[in-house]
Design a protein around this ligand. Structure first.
Ligand code: SF4
Length: 82
């Protein structure tokens, strides 16, 4: 059986470039106090990319685009992976 690519993040999907622009704008609009640092953001996304609940940029546990959920410093993973 061939395992199908589940696709990871929005930024990896060319057909969703408009949504990724929205992700970047949303992240940029957050205040410095509210925005997760670049390092924290990437750490979170690395966890999501290895998670079986990630499908096409969306977390199947909460329904969020993980690139938006991870942007807010005070947010957390719904199953406490980060
Ligand atoms: S937010 Fe948590 S449950 Fe959702 S994809 Fe990321 S690591 Fe998995």
């Amino acid at each position: 059986m061939t395992e199908k690519c589940k696709i990871c993040l929005i930024r990896d999907m060319a057909e969703k470039a408009d949504i990724y622009e929205y992700v970047k704008r949303t992240r940029a609009m957050l205040s410095d106090a509210d925005r997760a640092s670049d390092e924290l953001y990437e750490e979170r996304l690395d966890v999501c990319k290895e998670c079986s609940s990630l499908l096409a940029g969306t977390c199947l546990k909460c329904g969020c685009y993980v690139e938006i959920r991870a942007a807010l410093k005070s947010n957390g993973c719904p199953i406490k992976k980060w």
